[in-house]
Write a protein that binds this ligand. Structure first.
Ligand code: MLT
Ligand code: ZN
Length: 496
């Protein structure tokens, strides 16, 4: 996590945090003076969301015991606790307010054990994905999950948001990579299930309560991650295609390949790749950027030459059915990186449109073509200038849609856009939140679309585990109780 080093002068800064002064003193006793930063000191570590550090106080425990002691203390004072990992979230799950404390897991960044025979890693919550990837690679292993924010995203944060990324179509999401975990509950007790085996049918699998709960049911402190063998070689190719149907056909062919194992299938619609290519000054002779959709494929296998040859074979096969297809195969690691940068540096959009509104949907593969056509028409009916940047993890149906608008949008426009993007998604078998979670930004959408039975059960679980509502309040579920409703009503959107 960048900027996580404590500023030695911090404890002399004025306490701008709006929590009781004696609480701050007790927090310093638990975690050490330099690990409580307040006021101006808290600003030295800016989060990506401007309100992440709204609490004005960051407490950084160094162990599960210290996390538990902090939670117990805050509970006695009735002070809410907002857990922070790498602050790479996109839905305001980490925002904090005056009167709360931010509990950063940055100091808990130790890989406690990495066992190449078991193919497991035991890590503290603040370990970054990249640190785990690097450590696992020494044993020719990998965590089986990958995403662009790997340098700052932490394992604890990824568990808490049930992160997805580029390998989900093959390996599942974070939930499927976690064998066991430890979490500090709202009452300061520790839930511990550090199982290191795949099979464990001993009663309710309660670790799943904390995976994807965004810190609202407890704070994940340690995790057992399942590792997989990593291939000896990889290769990457970029294809330009006449339709989504052709892209899905190519994914099917690639999945069926005997020469390589498909590791990623990332789609970029024309407006997105055009922007990314021009931002990075990227162009390849003969590789035009005027086709509807582009697909970045990665293969893993024994030897690069074999994998590159396999891409050539796929290209020829696809060309027979779709003569408009174009393709390039990266001839070196450097070229591979350049192609991946086009897909992963999505900040090019935010540099062009500050705080551009972004959406993260899951659509069943058989519906994607119609879905994209429908939303493009629906958005241009709202405003014919509205041309979204669409890209995402096509092999699992997860699309990211970012508007060519500066955010935030006026509320009525935002609602009209969501009505277009989310219409029928649940009925189609998709989701309005694929991998970014609910946070504070998507509560309205959750209330508007979730089955009432699911919402009731979610609230029941929250009441049971955090009756005082001190764990990351106002995230996932609204702060205020939902009004009584009949089965046709879906709650009160005003808290989102
Ligand atoms: C990605 O896949 O690049 C992220 O999940 C989405 C984003 O950065 O908007
Ligand atoms: Zn993504």
């Amino acid at each position: 996590m960048k900027g996580s080093q404590a500023n030695p002068a911090n404890h002399e800064a004025p306490d701008l945090a709006e929590v009781p002064h004696d609480l701050i003193g007790s927090l310093r006793t638990i975690v050490g003076v330099k690990n409580v930063r307040t006021g101006a000191g808290a600003d030295v570590d800016p989060g990506q969301h401007p309100d992440n550090l709204g609490a004005g106080i960051i407490v950084s425990p160094g162990s599960t015991e210290e996390v538990a002691a902090v939670v117990q203390l805050c509970r006695r004072h009735g002070v809410p606790v907002v857990a922070h990992g790498g602050r790479t979230g996109l839905v305001g799950g980490g925002i904090s307010r005056p009167g709360e404390i931010v509990l950063s897991l940055a100091r808990m960044s130790r890989i406690e054990r990495l066992d190449p025979v078991e193919r497991t890693a035991v890590v503290q919550a603040g370990v970054s994905l990249e640190a785990l990837q690097v450590a696992a690679l020494e044993h020719r292993l990998e965590p089986g999950i990958d995403l662009a924010a790997r340098g700052s995203a932490t394992i604890g944060g990824m568990v808490s948001t049930n992160a997805g990324g580029v390998m989900a179509f093959r390996n599942g999401v974070m939930r499927h990579r976690v064998l066991g975990l430890e979490a500090v509950l709202a009452d300061g007790t520790v839930y511990s299930d550090m199982t290191r085996v795949v099979k464990n049918a001993a009663g309710y699998d309660l670790k799943h309560l904390f995976i994807g709960a965004e810190g609202t049911l407890g704070i994940v402190t340690r995790v057992v991650v399942k590792l997989d063998p990593t291939p000896r070689a990889t290769a990457t190719a970029l294809f330009g295609l006449p339709s989504v149907g052709a892209a899905l056909e190519l994914i099917r062919l690639a999945l069926d390949s005997e020469g390589g194992q498909l590791r990623a299938a990332e789609a970029m619609w024309r407006p997105y790749i055009g922007l990314a290519a021009s931002a990075h000054g990227w162009a390849e002779p003969g590789f035009d950027l005027d086709l509807p959709v582009y697909l970045l494929l990665a293969f893993g296998g024994a030897r690069e030459e074999i994998l590159r040859a396999e891409f050539e074979r796929l290209f020829v096969e696809l060309l027979e059915r779709h003569p408009e297809t174009i393709g390039i195969v990266a001839g070196s690691k450097r070229q591979e990186e350049v192609l991946w940068q086009l897909r992963e540096d999505t900040d090019v959009i935010y540099r062009a449109y500050e705080a551009a509104p972004s959406y993260d949907v899951s659509v069943p593969l058989s519906e994607i073509d119609t879905y994209v056509e429908r939303i493009l028409a629906g958005l241009s009916a709202i405003d014919d200038d509205l041309e979204p940047y669409v890209f995402g993890h096509l092999a699992d149906g997860n699309l990211h849609i970012i508007l060519n608008r500066q955010g935030p949008l006026p509320q009525p426009v935002a609602e009209a856009i969501e009505a277009v993007l989310y219409a029928d998604l649940a009925a189609l078998g998709g989701s309005f939140s694929a991998e970014h979670g609910v946070g504070s930004k998507r509560i309205r959408s959750l209330l508007a679309t979730a089955d009432p039975g699911k919402l009731n059960l979610m609230m029941h679980v929250k009441d049971t585990l955090d009756g005082l509502k001190l764990m990351n309040p106002g995230k996932v579920l609204p702060l205020a109780p939902l009004p009584a409703k009949d089965s046709n009503e879906r709650g009160n959107p005003s808290d989102a």
